[in-house]
Design a binder for this molecule. Structure first.
Ligand code: HEC
Length: 131
């Protein structure tokens, strides 16, 4: 009978370690592989429509991120918000990553999925084109 306790203990310690190793705030960004040629219309706008335009529309908050308006709104953000070709240097990315010290992390309710953030970063790295 005693024998049976050991594996259970080992298993529960293992699960505990597994859980605690997941219990950190870091995104496994490096593991996310995003396709090349991200499309603003097909890949980015749907994210903005779903995650942002509920608030970012003329009756609530600027910039207007609805389909048909978002690209121009994003290009008109203050300098440094989006640096084409340089996602890491773009303040919008810091907002989306909820980076420490950011005044307005977006979306306000919580970080988007790492894949959505990775797509937006790739789009910026590829030149933030209206493609
Ligand atoms: C629940 C509502 C809500 C959602 C969802 C939301 N925002 Fe916002 N956002 C706001 C509000 C309100 C402000 C104005 C904040 C302020 O001025 O203090 C704002 C401000 C901003 C600004 C301007 C920040 C500045 O410093 O001037 C940007 C850019 C922005 N949001 C981008 C986004 C993006 C991109 C998304 C989706 C990924 C998003 N937001 C989702 C409510 C929202």
């Amino acid at each position: 009978m005693k024998k049976t306790h050991k594996p259970i203990l080992v298993a529960s310690v293992g699960i505990g370690l597994l859980l605690s190793s997941c219990d950190n705030d870091k995104f496994p960004e490096k593991e996310i592989v995003v396709k090349d040629n991200v499309s603003f219309a097909l890949d980015i706008q749907p994210i903005l429509t779903l995650e942002c335009a509920t608030c970012h529309n003329p009756s609530e908050a600027e910039p207007d991120l609805r389909e048909g308006f978002a690209y121009e709104s994003l290009m008109n953000l203050e300098e440094g918000a989006i640096v084409p070709g340089n996602a890491e240097g773009s303040e919008l990315v810091e907002m989306l990553e909820w980076a420490e010290g950011v005044d307005n992390p977006m979306p306000t309710a919580g970080r988007m999925s790492p894949l959505k953030i990775a797509l937006i970063k790739k789009w910026i790295d590829e030149g933030a084109r209206n493609n």
